[in-house]
Write a protein that binds this ligand. Structure first.
Ligand code: NAP
Length: 249
């Protein structure tokens, strides 16, 4: 018997990067997976094929998590296809970097909508089913940037810091219902998101990281897999740092 046999997981931003690794990790434990994504149909379908090869059910759901109607329709459809969601990994996120002085209202709002309000509202959509079932796992993907701040990322830092506050609040509200709520805070991980960071900045990141390298998506997925497992039932409201020692909170 695998750890998450026949559970239903929803992973937002599951088509690429860290989200893709999380989908694969949860499927390896026997969970069926709903793969949410914003626009890359081919990549999302590719992930679903990889998940089915592991013997679980998997469907792709194109929905902008910043749009409440799209979230509602997505969760309704998942319910029809797979049943109620019992594991939610709020992984989707974006960056729109600029120093605060030069940042536009649109850049600020877009990041807050996708990186903070989106995860909160997707959670809102699935929480009632978790409460009714008396079991659930919610994981928010925050960031080292939400803990330390970062030059040029005020919008992103505020969103990711907000997720930590939400994690701790929600964890208290649903702890007696068999639901844990935790966050994972990656350092700098090799994905499309960090491919946009200038090479000289990444060199500085390596220098500032005790482990001496960027992280890999699978190293984040392993932390998520553990938090979603039955053995993590007594861990809630926690932020797990997976950052090569760059920040030790
Ligand atoms: P990524 O490679 O850029 O992938 C982003 C994923 O999110 C894609 O699947 C994308 O879908 C999806 N997405 C973006 N906007 C969306 C929206 N509005 N609605 C639904 N899905 C949306 O990102 P990543 O590097 O794997 O990062 C994943 C998470 O980890 C993010 O929350 C990020 O902030 C966090 N994180 C990353 C790092 C890092 O170093 N990479 C460090 C700390 C935290 P499409 O494929 O359709 O575009």
């Amino acid at each position: 018997m695998k750890l998450l046999e026949n559970k239903v997981s929803l992973v937002t931003g599951g088509s690429r990067g860290i989200g893709r690794s999380i989908c694969l990790a949860l499927a390896s434990e026997g969970s069926h997976v709903a793969v949410n994504y914003a626009s890359h149909d081919a990549q999302a379908n590719e992930v679903c094929a990889m998940l089915r090869d592991k013997g679980v059910k998997a469907f792709a759901y194109r929905a902008n998590i910043a749009n409440d109607d799209e979230n509602h329709r997505m969760v309704e459809q998942i319910h029809k296809d797979l049943g109620p969601v019992s594991i939610l990994v709020n992984n989707a996120g974006i960056t729109r970097d600029r120093t605060f002085v030069k940042m536009t209202y649109e850049m600020w709002k877009e990041v807050l909508d996708v990186d903070l309000t989106g995860p909160a509202m997707v959670t809102h959509e699935v929480l009632k089913d978790m409460i009714d079932n008396g079991w659930g796992r919610v994981v928010f993907m925050t960031s080292i940037v939400g803990q330390t701040g970062n030059f040029g990322q005020s919008n992103y830092a505020v969103a990711k810091g907000g997720l930590i506050a939400l994690t701790r609040t929600l964890a208290r509200e649903v702890a007696r219902k068999g639901i844990t709520v935790n966050a994972v805070a990656p350092g700098f991980i090799e994905t499309d998101m960090t491919a946009e960071v200038p090479p000289q900045v990444l060199d500085k990141v390596r220098e500032a990281t005790p482990v001496g390298r960027l992280g890999k998506p699978d190293e984040i997925a392993d932390a998520v897999r553990f938090l979603c497992s039955p053995g993590a039932a007594y861990i809630t409201g926690e932020v797990i740092n997976v950052n090569g020692g760059m920040y030790m909170g």
